[in-house]
Design a binder for this molecule. Structure first.
Ligand code: HPA
Ligand code: ZN
Length: 336
């Protein structure tokens, strides 16, 4: 039997929960700061890394939004996205569904076209050069008001051929999904897919709201559903996918120890769980590292790892024939 690390590295997989701004490595942060003449309060990439110690989501977000300020030109967004694709090629990742936060940039006077232009040009090159397929999801920042989300949806309208869906991120507690029910209804009317961060720090009630008021196609994180058996049963029977991010949960103290991560119990409860990196430049590991450390900490079986990889395609927004091809590639890799 192959060792588990080698097995994970070769396993075909998709990533469904990744914030592009969270893939900004400190080295690139310095490069872009110099290119754009932007001051950052650090002298070296190591100094930046040393500052990445968080005790909750908000402490991370404060640093993360500051880091994103070096992204200015279309080329910056291209470079950021292409660097992530290159990293995913190394992880044998075949498909990505990535988030971006338009408001983080448009609020600094960067054009929506600049952001989407650079990202989508890189995604097209990722397909051409690496064969990695992709979908782009635009997130509303939940700490901002509903009307700002409506304005962002309006700005997105000329680019809907490049955007598959909308999501909800930023500080969860105090900003429940209900705050955005109307703007998500408008997004659904436009034919967009719906996802939302829920139950990362927020209570199970926020997951109910994501289901009942936003009508999500997928739940991002969702860990805290485990506090409510009826909610678990409902998510399981609806067949909804959860995009779980173990190293993020550890870095933001959602779990105290990876060995105590609920992922295995979530799977055992019948939930469709996937493994993802969230903000890998900040949380110390890309996709394979999340698989490897989680498998080791929870002593996951080969079958459980395979199930997570299969779920990553089953829970994607790819057409059925492409999903079927990826599942058959997994079978070939695992059983021949
Ligand atoms: N939660 C909420 N907002 C975020 C996150 C997260 O884990 N990462 C980037 N924005
Ligand atoms: Zn996230």
């Amino acid at each position: 039997m192959q060792n588990i690390e080698k097995f994970i590295k070769g396993l075909p997989k998709a990533e469904l929960h990744l914030h592009l701004e969270g893939s900004l490595e400190p080295e690139m942060m310095f490069e872009l700061a110099a290119r754009n003449n932007i001051k950052i309060p650090f002298k070296t990439p190591d100094e930046v890394r040393a500052a990445y110690k968080f005790s909750n989501l908000q402490e991370f977000l404060d640093i993360y939004y500051q880091g994103a300020s070096v992204l200015v030109t279309e080329q910056d967004f291209y470079d950021l996205t292409f660097a992530y694709l290159t990293r995913m090629k190394a992880d044998n990742c075949k498909h990505i569904e990535v988030f971006f936060d338009p408001q983080t940039h448009t609020d600094r006077g960067i054009g929506f076209d600049v952001v989407v232009g650079g990202i989508s040009r890189a995604l097209a090159d990722g397909k051409a050069k690496y064969g990695i397929t992709s979908r782009l999801i635009m997130c509303f920042l939940r700490h901002l008001p509903e009307d700002a989300a409506f304005k962002t949806l309006e700005q997105a309208k000329p680019y809907l051929d490049k955007i598959i869906g909308v999501g909800l991120d930023s500080g969860e507690v105090g900003h429940p999904p209900s705050k955005f029910a109307r703007v998500f209804a408008a997004a659904r009317e436009l034919g967009l897919k719906i996802v939302a961060h829920a139950g990362e720090e927020g209570p199970p009630e926020y997951i109910y709201e994501a289901l009942d008021l936003l009508h999500v196609d997928r739940i991002d994180h969702g860990n805290r559903c485990m506090e409510d058996n009826a909610l678990v049963a409902r998510i399981a029977s609806a067949g909804l996918t959860l995009t779980v991010c173990p190293l993020s949960n550890l870095a933001l103290c959602v779990v105290k120890d990876l060995k105590k991560h609920p992922l295995r119990e979530m799977m055992a409860a019948g939930l469709k769980v996937t493994i993802n990196s969230d903000d890998p430049a900040y949380f110390g590991g890309y996709l394979n590292q999340n698989y490897i450390e989680t498998a080791q900490a929870l002593d996951l079986s080969r079958d459980e790892i395979i199930t997570c990889a299969k779920n990553s395609f089953l829970g994607s927004f790819l057409p059925d024939d492409e999903i079927a091809k990826h599942l058959s590639d997994i079978e070939v890799y695992c059983f021949s």
